[in-house]
Design a protein around this ligand. Sequence first.
Ligand code: ATP
Ligand code: MG
Length: 236
Amino acid sequence: MIPKSHPRYASLMQRHKIEEGVKQGYVTPTGMIAQGRGEAFDYLIGERTTKPADLAEKAAVAKLSVMRDVVISVNGNIAALCPEDVVELAKALDAKIEINLFYWTKEREARIAKILKKAGAEKVYGTGEKVQVPNLDSARGKVDLEGIYKADAVLVMLEDGDRTEALKAMGKFVVAIDLNPFSRTAQTADITIVDNVVRALPKMIEFAEEGCSVTGFDNNKNLKESIGEIKKTLGL
Ligand code: ATP
Ligand code: MG
């Protein structure tokens, strides 16, 4: 047991959840590498929701609340870290939930569907027949016709840059939660939230339930401000 007083409690708990997911077979070992990369950036932003992240979260919720067909894309790491938050946010935004895996297997997909259902999801997309996203090879480009394929907007987390670019090319409005402001996903999305998913989702649920509006959001400016937070940490 990790004592709650441990200075790295939150971070250690996340590691533990990812480790458990690997043991249970629904998080791939590379999911640990993604988490590690995220942690490094989290350290650099001070392991807190920064001001620009808070604004991006509000802007994302304001936009997604008025869009017709919104899908929250879930992978193994997200299922391990925060399935309840995904379900709650989907309810607050009236959004769908779809499983989308980089390293797809039927077993991983089934386990993640079970986790999401246990967390309260009534319907989980992406578990049946799928269609191919143009210009995105293999299993990772397969999406649900009734889910991501026909969605207006997609919320992606710990997403690969290629897939973000392919979703953008399909004309989707993409909101990304990514701790690395330099990643292709962060640079390509319409709204980029540079925050840890475990902090971002609860905040977004709050904003969705309270209602919020943001005008004139500029993603490039916001990304620069997030990078500015890292510079501050580095004393630059
Ligand atoms: P890209 O493909 O966009 O260029 P990448 O190849 O560096 O990025 P991936 O492994 O494809 O990275 O995606 C994982 C991304 O998710 C990384 O940018 C990482 O910083 C981020 N990340 C990892 N853990 C978290 C987390 N808990 N919350 C938010 N973001 C995270
Ligand atoms: Mg990548």
